[in-house]
Design a protein. Structure first.
Length: 215
């Protein structure tokens, strides 16, 4: 189902958001700020100011715009599985230097998957599900050749994080990117996977299951 959208300005940055009720867009309007701005502001002194970043689960592009707002020299490759979200993402980053976006997901191996529509009032809870009514491609990132090392990853893909990390193990071992992840996997499986690769915890926000790790 197509969601209706409207254009607003966030911190002076033009941005298309979904019509209310939709919790991410509604919060952006409520605070006149980017999604998760409080956590971003708390951790931004840790983030690299340049280099190549992956935004996995980019939603409508709020984090892309936020990172470019604070770090103009950073390059971003943004991946979003859901077409409704991707439609706004692609429009929000159009014409912005060094942001490319792709309407695909990430996983343990390159394949076609089913995914659901999430909840109409929350565009951020779309997730891969065997009985989902939609289909799209997920990529194992180790199957791709990146022209530059990846030095930062932001990932929020609704419980599919462990699978995504399994599909980029070589990338993680070779590039050692800092990672901001939301981990709602069982027993924090994604975080444990990273610890087994030698990652260490730099910061956490347990209330939202957000973690910042580094090597």
């Amino acid at each position: 189902m197509k969601r209706e959208s409207r254009l607003i300005s966030v911190q002076g940055v033009p941005m298309l958001i979904f019509d209310s009720p939709e919790c991410i867009s509604d919060d952006i309007v409520k605070y006149n700020n980017f999604w998760e701005f409080e956590l971003f502001n708390r951790w931004k002194h840790h983030f690299p100011s340049k280099g190549l970043m992956l935004d996995l689960g980019a939603n409508i592009g709020s984090h892309c715009l936020q990172f470019k707002h604070w770090f103009p020299d950073i390059e971003i490759l943004a991946f979003e599985l859901d077409y409704n979200n991707f439609r706004l993402l692609s429009k929000n980053v159009k014409g912005i230097h060094n942001i490319l976006c792709f309407n695909v997901g990430v996983g343990s191996h390159t394949s076609i998957v089913n995914f659901d529509n999430g909840h109409f009032s929350n565009s951020g809870v779309v997730k891969i599900a065997a009985n989902g009514e939609n289909q799209n491609i997920v990529l194992a990132l180790d199957d791709l050749h990146f022209q530059k090392p990846i030095n930062f990853i932001k990932i929020d893909i609704e419980g599919h994080e462990l699978s995504a990390f399994e599909g980029m193990t070589t990338l993680l071992k070779n590039n050692n990117p800092m990672i901001w992840l939301e981990d709602i996997t069982e027993n924090k499986g994604a975080l444990s996977f990273l610890f087994n690769l030698g990652y260490k915890l730099l910061a956490e926000n347990k209330a939202t299951d957000d973690y910042l790790v580094y090597k």
